[in-house]
Design a protein around this ligand. Sequence first.
Ligand code: DQA
Length: 148
Amino acid sequence: MRILVIHGPNLNMLDKRDKSVYGEKTLPEIDSLLKKQGQALNVEVVTFQSNHEGALIDFIQEQTPSTRGIVINPGALTHYGLSLRDALVDSKLPIIEVHLSNIYRREEWRARSVIAPIAKGQISGLGWKGYVAALQALAGELKADASP
Ligand code: DQA
């Protein structure tokens, strides 16, 4: 079973962004943790990052036929990425939205997510552990659905 972990704009720069907001781990470190967690859960974790909404959409469209679910941190596209939202809806896959920071404790404009209404759930403010929790929850749900 394959699950995509997708990161949006600027998340490739975690080592250069404000560590008090986004934490200490780099994106390659987070991805490698998630791949290891995937092995433990018997799930193939495929990670992808892009700074371009169209590239994220292309990736989702290409991968959808061989994928069971998506964990996504859309970065700032969270707040206005309607094409990304449409691609996620069209995939018909279960989505969990993740944010490293707590988007409800920051600027007012960050508190609106156009992705949340189409997501199964959202984890915000737990740092890299939010991705781990999301992957575990999604894998657990998909396995439960598959059992007789
Ligand atoms: C973010 C929150 C967004 O508002 C911001 O634009 C990001 C990262 C987070 O993980 O906390 O780039 O998605």
